[in-house]
Write a protein that binds this ligand. Structure first.
Ligand code: AMP
Ligand code: MG
Length: 392
């Protein structure tokens, strides 16, 4: 049995970033930039109006003054209008500010009559003008290599005229759920059977990493079906097998992998839940064997599979976000493995939730954070601890 740190190092040394590729920005969500990006344009790109109103000269515009409206500038092509003393140009939000004007007065603050307006407020220079470059300077970094592309990132890239972005590759992944007891949701249960929940759990977790499973299949605990399923699954960059990785007579995964020429790099890690975790190579594929208890599947995916996927995708930060929280009650770990406690993080307080056992799916479903309690650690009530969050 090796430590979590050793396991993580071995895995991350094993996997390499996939070759970068160019993708339309609309498809780049949750990918990772493969190069730094810099602003091509300042934002705003030109001085423009923040309001629907009138472009005026502030020094000639006191409360009660009357101005002649000499033209109109909507958002769109610059009509190259000019504003002089005693004049106003009708203007709309986002429209370029006419030459000579140094402030916008809101339409709510004027009374329009015929060809002119009466201004009902004092106006200061600069009012309601969005200055060129005040948000973003040309040449400023807008996206760093290894950073995740978010909804707001694609918006920013678009604002800079980028139609495509170069991002890290996306691994293909297959999921195999093993177990004679498993039944597909929707089918009828016989006594002793349970519904397969890991297939959808793993698909969902993959999706959260920006990867969609190319194949998800159930496989019985027999050598032949398992061998066939592995042969199909190993055509992907990543093969995730749930269950059958422990030491019982019906746990055939390790043997099945070895028969097909897999090199097992890791089997059994000092982590609770998830001890029988397995990692290796088979053909061109990285294979992860996750213990079948749903909480073990979940914890080992987040601690070992997720960082590997993110590394393949070219991410810089492979860790789950961590936040400090006040512990609702004391906890000790008298066991021989670090224990990931499932809990609910709310208002900066972490409350362990449900049964802390590896089969306890309901408690897991109510949790949104994990607290790692090291071997021998004794945490006091109200102590500030760092928790990992996955659902925010
Ligand atoms: P195993 O890792 O195959 O020894 O399975 C450990 C426990 O997890 C057993 O109670 C299994 O019934 C359960 N289990 C295995 N696979 C799944 C699955 N896909 N969905 C829900 N429970 C599972
Ligand atoms: Mg099993």
């Amino acid at each position: 049995m090796i430590s979590e740190e050793e396991a993580r190092t071995k895995i991350l040394d094993g996997v390499q970033p996939l070759p970068p590729r160019q993708t339309p920005i609309a498809q780049a969500l949750d990918c990772f930039a493969a190069q730094d990006y810099f602003a091509r344009l300042p934002l705003p790109a030109f001085d423009n109006s923040a309001m629907d109103g009138y472009a005026i000269v502030a020094s000639s515009c006191k409360k009660g003054c009357r101005l002649r409206v000499t033209g109109e500038q909507p958002a769109g092509p610059d009509r190259k209008l000019r504003v002089g003393t005693g004049e106003a140009v009708r203007i709309f939000t986002g429209a370029p500010v006419p030459q000579g004007s140094d402030a916008i007065v809101m339409q709510e603050d004027v009374t329009r009559d015929g060809t002119g307006i009466s201004v009902n407020v004092d106006v200061e220079a600069g009012e309601f003008i969005r200055r060129r470059g005040c948000d973003l300077a040309q040449g400023q970094m807008i996206l760093a290599k290894g950073e995740r592309v978010r909804a707001t990132t694609v918006a920013l890239l678009s604002s800079q005229g980028f139609a495509d972005v170069i991002v890290g590759g996306k691994p293909t992944a297959a999921v195999i759920s093993t177990g004679d007891e498993l039944v597909k949701p929707g089918d009828e249960l016989q006594p002793g059977q349970i519904y397969d929940s890991n297939s959808v759990l793993l698909s969902a977790l993959l999706q959260r990493c920006g990867v969609s499973a190319t194949a998800v299949e159930h496989c019985r605990d027999d050598r032949e079906s398992l061998g066939d399923a592995i042969k199909r699954g190993m055509k992907n960059d990543i093969l995730i097998i749930s269950g059958g990785v422990s030491v019982g007579e019906h746990d055939l995964v390790r043997e099945g992998l070895c028969e097909l020429g897999a090199k097992i790099e890791i089997w059994r890690v000092a982590v609770k839940p998830g001890k029988p975790f397995l990692f290796g190579n088979i053909g061109e594929s990285f294979v992860f064997g996750l213990p079948g208890n749903p909480v073990s599947t979940f914890v080992t995916f987040l601690q070992f599979v997720r960082p590997a996927i993110l590394r393949m995708m070219g991410a810089t930060n492979l860790d789950l976000p961590q936040v400090p929280a006040k512990l609702a009650f004391g906890l000790t770990n008298d066991g021989d493995r670090p224990h990931y406690i499932r809990g609910r993080l709310e208002h900066e307080k972490f409350t362990p939730i449900g049964r802390q056992e590896s089969h306890a799916l309901f408690g897991l479903s109510q949790a949104n954070a994990l607290l790692r309690v090291a071997v021998g650690q004794a945490l006091k009530p109200a102590e500030i601890v760092n928790v990992q969050i996955w659902d925010w």
